[in-house]
Design a protein around this ligand. Structure first.
Ligand SMILES: [Mn+2]
Length: 290
C-alpha cells in the first residue's frame, strides 16, 4: 500500500528549519489522508513549524477504506507523507500505530519502513518519569458497540443527515406516509455524543489503569482532551490528540515532561496577529496602551 502511493518531491517545498518549535514528543492522529476531509494545508503548516525527538502517528493517518472506494491523492497529501519520511531521515524517531482506517498496515507490525517503526501499541516514558500507553483507540469500540457510529459524527454528518432527511420525506410523501424527522432522530443521538465521549474516555483510562501505567494517549474519536481519572486511589491521565479533519490538534510533550494540546488554528491566528503588529512597526505594549 505504502509503496503503491506515488511519493515524489513535495509541491510545496519545506521552509527553513530555523523557525521550528522543538518538543520532546509529538503525537498526531486521524489525519485521513486520501479524503477531502483531511485538512492538509493546516497539517503542512504544523509539520513545517515543529520538530521533536520522537513523533507518534496514532492511527487513521491514511484512510484506506475511502482510498479503496475512490482514489483521491492530491499533491498536498503527498507533501505530508514526504515530510514525515524526511523527518525520519533527519533523525526523528517515528512510531506509526495504525488505526482502523489504516488497519492494512497492522500486518507490518514490528517492521521498519525508511525509519518509521510500525507498532500495534507503544509505551512512552515522559521526561518526568511517567509511563504512558499509546494506542489508536478503536480497540474499545467493541465495549461500546451500540454507540459505535457516533465516533464518526461531525458537522458533515449532520448536513448529510439533513439532506437525507429531505430525500427520505419526499419518498415517504410519494408513498403516502406521514413526515418523519430523521434529523430530529439524529440530533437526539448527537446530544448523546457528549455522554458517549465521556464514557469512552473513562473506559480507555480504566484499561490504562488496569495495565498499571500512569496514563494513556489515543485518538480515534476526533476529540482532543486531557482528563484525569481516579483508578483505585491512583491518578490515571487520559490524553486524546484530536484530529486533522475538524479540530486540527496535536499533543506535545515539552522537554520537562509537561504535556500540552495544541490547537493549530489558534496558533495560526496568534501568529498572524503578531505578524500584523510587526508590520505595523509598533511595539505590542504601545499599541495595547493606545
Ligand atoms: Mn479511528
Amino acid at each position: 500500500m505504502l509503496s503503491s502511493l506515488p511519493i515524489s518531491e513535495p509541491s510545496v517545498p519545506e521552509p527553513s528549519h530555523q523557525i521550528r518549535a522543538r518538543y520532546r514528543t509529538i503525537w498526531i492522529s486521524d489525519v485521513h489522508l486520501g479524503t477531502k476531509g483531511c485538512n492538509a494545508e493546516m497539517l503542512i503548516d504544523f509539520l513545517d513549524r515543529t520538530d521533536s525527538e520522537t513523533m507518534y502517528l496514532v492511527g487513521d493517518i491514511i484512510d484506506g477504506w475511502r482510498l479503496k472506494k475512490k482514489f483521491y491523492w492530491p499533491s498536498s497529501h503527498n507533501d505530508i507523507v514526504w515530510r514525515i519520511m524526511k523527518r525520519a531521515k533527519r533523525g526523528t524517531r517515528i512510531v506509526y500505530i495504525p488505526g482502523n482506517h489504516d488497519e492494512m498496515f497492522r500486518q507490518f507490525t514490528g517492521l521498519n519502513f525508511g525509519g518509521v517503526e510500525i507498532r500495534r501499541a507503544a509505551f512512552h516514558d515522559t521526561a518526568d518519569g511517567r509511563r504512558l500507553m499509546v494506542l489508536h483507540g478503536d480497540e474499545f469500540d467493541a465495549v461500546m458497540l451500540s454507540h459505535r457510529w457516533l465516533a464518526f459524527v461531525g458537522d458533515w454528518a449532520y448536513h448529510a443527515v439533513m439532506k437525507l432527511n429531505y430525500v427520505v420525506n419526499v419518498t415517504r410523501k410519494l408513498a403516502g406516509k406521514p413526515y418523519w424527522s430523521l434529523s430530529k432522530a439524529a440530533k437526539h443521538k448527537v446530544k448523546n455524543a457528549a455522554n458517549f465521549i465521556s464514557r469512552y474516555e473513562e473506559i480507555v483510562a480504566k484499561a490504562a489503569g488496569d495495565r498499571g501505567v500512569d496514563g494513556v494517549v489515543c485518538g480515534h474519536i476526533h476529540t482532543a482532551e486531557m482528563r484525569s481519572f481516579d483508578h483505585a486511589g491512583r491518578a490515571v491521565e487520559y490524553w486524546n490528540d484530536g484530529d486533522w479533519v475538524e479540530g486540527c490538534n496535536a499533543l506535545v510533550e515539552h522537554n520537562d515532561g509537561r504535556m500540552e494540546i495544541l490547537n493549530w488554528p489558534d496558533v495560526i491566528r496568534e501568529r498572524e496577529r503578531c505578524e500584523e503588529l510587526d508590520r505595523a512597526g509598533a511595539p505590542e505594549t504601545t499599541r495595547e496602551a493606545a
